[in-house]
Design a protein around this ligand. Structure first.
Ligand code: FES
Length: 212
């Protein structure tokens, strides 16, 4: 932890907001993003942040050194020694992508790049719940993108209905100019309503683009 666990003496609530800290910029030489079905027991990276996602877990990673045995690292994340690995390496460009399959199911996928990884988080998480029977589907994972027949829905904005930012932007482009109109077209924003502010922001961004 960055700070000692101090509690407010009256309320018992964490009182961390006024604690002095010393921070330094971390110079990452490699960045990674991974999805996996099981939560990894150990993550041997200099920086990592793990979170639940549809179908399993997702991890953002950064490394101070790029000279790492990436297939080995991937296997340590996927906790699946029997899985079949499919990999792409471009050492000069610092790009490495590794996917592990157990039968038709994806056990995990790791994407490594010299800068922040440009892979759709929503799409990658979705792959954990998709069957990958053929080589073509498996190569798509290693390519790090959806096929032309499966457009990327973008980051999930409305979790009640699983609607992504790209779907909302497309609806706005097709003429939905209010939160209500987006709701009628996609259902997004019509349940708990916590995504309505974000939908409004996408509509606003669409207006700015249209005016330019
Ligand atoms: S998150 Fe969109 S309606 Fe609940």
């Amino acid at each position: 932890a960055l700070t000692a666990a101090l509690a407010d003496p009256v309320s018992g609530q964490p009182a961390l907001k006024h604690v002095a800290v010393r921070i330094e910029k971390f110079a990452a030489r490699a960045f990674g993003f991974a999805v996996m079905r099981e939560r990894p027991e150990v993550i041997a990276a200099d920086y990592w942040a793990v979170a639940r996602c549809k179908g399993g877990w997702r991890v953002e990673l950064a490394f101070a050194d790029e000279n790492i045995d990436w297939p080995d690292f991937a296997q340590s994340l996927f906790v699946s020694p029997e899985a079949e690995l499919l990999a792409y390496h471009d050492r000069d460009a610092g790009q490495h992508r590794i996917a592990a399959f157990e039968g038709e199911r994806l056990a995990g996928a790791l994407f490594v790049a010299p800068g922040p990884v440009a892979v759709s988080r929503g799409w990658a998480a979705e792959q954990l719940e998709t069957a990958h029977a053929g080589q073509r589907e498996r190569f798509r994972i290693v390519a790090g993108r959806a096929g032309a027949d499966r457009p990327d829905i973008g980051a999930i904005v409305c979790s009640c209905f699983g609607i992504g930012a790209n779907q909302i932007a497309a609806a706005v482009g097709a003429g939905c100019s209010t939160v209500g109109a987006v709701g009628e077209a996609l259902k997004a924003g019509t349940n708990c309503g916590s995504c309505r502010a974000e939908i409004r922001a996408i509509i606003g961004a669409g207006r700015v683009q249209a005016a330019e």
